[in-house]
Write a protein that binds this ligand. Structure first.
Ligand code: NAP
Length: 329
């Protein structure tokens, strides 16, 4: 049956603000795909911290109101636009972006942001690929220009981006250090590719990392909470080391002198500044990981769509991450 005229469950945001602005509705019209677009029945949707910044209205990119959040969905193709050649009804897919929002039973995505989901990954895992893995890949290769054999510290390795970074770095021949804030998180970091794991709540964990790096320091730091860690990161780096700022929730004082003798770099990353060529390259590398088996998203807490407001509170406030937070529909 064509989508036109059908209603669906979806989250709608009519004003920017606190998590309560995420309204669960049951009478949202199912959208119809344009010529180069795909209509997807959503099975799962990734919950990303950026969804909360956009909802609060504090992010650089603001959607027109009302809107439905969510970019990282997995599901089955329901209908394709008349110029779509790469997909057909029933295909298992995931997306790196949506046009009508992923916190919904159905979503529309432009053909170029839809990817086939390999059989070996579940729909839950499909919703955990896009922002986490593409960000981790971009940070490590496009921004840090990491090389096999280097020591990479994933500072905040137990969440969505961190677990992805552990798997990518291990598969590419890095020496991988990861941090987490709970015993369960530390175990998961080790099981997902880290050679060593450190608890970022321990007072002396920085010294332990320095010791594990043989006193020489680490080459690359992928930083999930730079407003807390950047000053210490600069001290952990080896000569020519790079800190990539992935996450930041405030300001921090650093001494720029800490970058001088070691000629170290602080580099920001923004996934959505990737060029088309960079998306294509990352997708090819990540496909290699799906097919050969090293790319295995780790799913953490699961929520029904009705609990969207609670999920937005939890992703910011809860500590002790255990992988990727998702909605299951
Ligand atoms: P997440 O799943 O909520 O994970 C957050 C991670 O931060 C967990 O591993 C958590 O560890 C860790 N953490 C908590 N306290 C820490 C500390 N003091 N030092 C180091 N790490 C700490 O979030 P995510 O999806 O992985 O995203 C991580 C950050 O990157 C967010 O701020 C997000 O907005 C940002 N991000 C940026 C981009 C970009 O393009 N720049 C793209 C994606 C994500 P425990 O819970 O175990 O303590």
């Amino acid at each position: 049956m064509a989508a036109a005229g059908r209603l669906m469950r979806a989250i709608r945001v009519a004003e920017f603000g606190k998590p309560e602005v995420l309204k669960f509705l049951t009478d949202v019209p199912v959208p119809s795909p344009g010529d180069h677009q795909v209509l997807i029945r959503v099975h799962a949707c990734g919950i990303n911290p950026v969804d909360t910044y956009i909802r609060a209205g504090v992010y650089a990119r603001k959607p027109n109101l009302p809107y439905t959040p969510g970019s990282d969905i997995s599901g089955t193709v329901e209908e394709v636009g008349k110029n779509v050649a790469g997909f057909k009804k029933g295909d298992r897919v995931f997306t790196t972006s949506t046009i009508t929002g992923g916190y919904a039973e159905y979503t529309i995505a432009s053909e170029e942001t839809v990817y086939q989901l390999p059989e070996q990954l579940s729909f839950r895992q499909g919703a955990a690929i896009s922002v986490p893995y593409f960000t981790a890949y971009r940070a490590l290769f496009h921004k840090a220009h990491g090389k096999p054999g280097e020591v990479v510290l994933i500072h905040g390795a137990s969440g969505g981006v961190g677990i992805a970074a552990c798997q990518i770095a291990r598969a590419h021949g890095f020496k991988v250090f990861g941090t987490a804030g709970s015993p369960e998180g530390l175990n998961l970091v080790l099981q997902n590719g880290a050679h060593k794991a450190f608890n970022h709540r321990d007072q002396d964990y920085m010294e332990k990392i320095q010791e594990a790096a043989g006193g020489e320091g680490v080459n690359v730091i992928l930083e999930m909470l730079s407003n807390v860690n950047l000053s210490n990161d600069l001290k952990l780096l080896t000569s020519g080391g790079r800190v990539v700022i992935i996450g930041c929730r405030g300001s921090i004082e650093i001494n720029p002198r800490d970058t001088m003798a070691k000629e170290s770099s602080i580099i920001g990353v923004s996934l959505f500044s990737s060029t088309k060529e960079e998306w294509r390259e990352a997708a090819a590398a990540l496909y290699g990981g799906m097919e050969s088996g090293w790319l295995k998203p780790l799913i953490g807490p699961e929520y029904p769509l009705e609990k969207a407001a609670q999920a937005h509170v939890d992703i910011i406030q809860n500590s002790g991450a255990t992988g990727k937070m998702i909605f299951v529909l």
